[in-house]
Design a protein around this ligand. Structure first.
Ligand code: SF4
Length: 337
């Protein structure tokens, strides 16, 4: 048996990976690392918490601050009021913009209502906004690979609506037309499947051979790292459980990646109670991971539930160590000593 570590989960132990295969261990959990909160989500959630501390309730938040049911419900209980649009916010009140970013028109609308804005847009989303602005200034056709209607895509496209076309999936390439095929660049949503995006880009490049790549990866480090970890563990799993909400793009992608990488089944759950015992029938190895907007407490709940079903051995599958931290938005940053 591999050495065990106390995980603090009733009935569960953690063991380092030995590559012995599921038959060597009996029922076990492979736990992806990294998983859960990314630097942008951590920053956005703390921004709302600090805004509530500093200004008191209510603090208005345009759209879900991050796409996670538990996080949104917890902040709502603490006094955050989630709205769809800025015209639902009383004149002069505080409004936080979510991690997904907003189009410039939203800033204009907020200013017109004298709203005090705190912008929690993830800096890695802002990077893509800046790329869109730059290439629009240079009069490129910008092909934004991303999901139509997703808040981040709406925000990025809103930086240069006359230059941006959204390309939703590889098949959508057939409908793309541009003004000058020699002046085209692709950018992307930060939370896509790396493999599907590369397929879309391959088809775009077939159509536009001089298509330019973004100056740096738009799919963010957190999305990529979580997909790599799932790909590493999925071939050994009969089932992968992804903790995350249905409207969380990166969480849904993890389900797809798990299935594509060899897991027999993969399911998304918000809470441990969402696990259907029927999923576990005949399953020896369960992989567990979580999307970038998921607090670790929800993963611990899932591990506890799995331990109750006899999956008491937890083996981390570590493919990267993340240390990135973003400074809080300047509107909420504590004063320097
Ligand atoms: S998933 Fe990536 S882009 Fe989105 S908030 Fe996290 S770090 Fe930022």
């Amino acid at each position: 048996m591999p050495p065990t570590i106390n995980m603090g989960i009733p009935g569960a132990t953690s063991s380092v990976r030995s590559g012995g295969g599921s038959q060597a261990f009996g029922k076990r959990v492979l736990l992806a690392e990294p998983r859960g909160y990314c630097a942008g989500v951590d920053r956005a959630v703390e921004t709302v918490e600090r805004a509530l501390e500093k200004h008191g309730a209510p603090v208005y938040v345009r759209h879900e601050i991050v796409h996670n049911v538990h996080v949104v419900e917890t902040l709502a209980k603490a006094g955050a009021v989630f709205v769809d649009e800025t015209d639902e916010v009383p004149e002069g009140a505080i409004v936080v913009f979510s991690a997904h970013g907003v189009a410039p028109t939203v800033h204009v609308e907020a200013a017109a209502r004298n709203l005090r804005t705190i912008d929690a847009t993830c800096p890695l989303v802002t990077k893509v906004h800046n790329e869109a602005k730059r290439f629009a200034r240079d009069d490129y056709d910008i092909l934004l690979v991303g999901h139509t209607g997703h808040e981040e895509v709406v925000g990025t496209a809103g930086e240069a609506p006359d230059h941006v076309q959204v390309v939703d999936n590889p098949d959508a390439v057939d409908q793309v037309t541009v003004r000058d095929p020699n002046k085209v660049i692709w950018l992307s949503q930060t939370t896509l499947s790396v493999d599907e995006t590369m397929e879309t880009v391959r088809r775009l490049r077939e159509k536009f051979p001089t298509l330019q790549d973004p100056p740096s990866d738009d799919i963010c480090y957190a999305t990529q790292n979580r997909q790599v970890a799932v790909k590493a563990m999925a071939p050994e799993c009969e089932l992968v459980i992804v903790v995350g909400s249905r409207n969380s793009s990166n969480s849904v992608r993890l389900v797809e990646v798990a299935l594509g990488a060899g897991s027999d089944a993969a399911h998304l759950v918000d809470y441990a109670e969402d696990i259907d015992p029927a999923w576990l029938e005949g399953v020896t190895t369960v992989g567990v991971t979580s999307g970038a907007s998921v607090p670790e407490v929800l993963v611990r709940g899932v591990l506890e539930r799995l331990a109750e079903y006899g999956y008491g051995t937890v083996q981390p599958v570590t493919t990267a160590n993340e240390t990135l931290v973003f400074a809080l938005p300047r509107e909420i940053r504590p004063p320097r000593a």
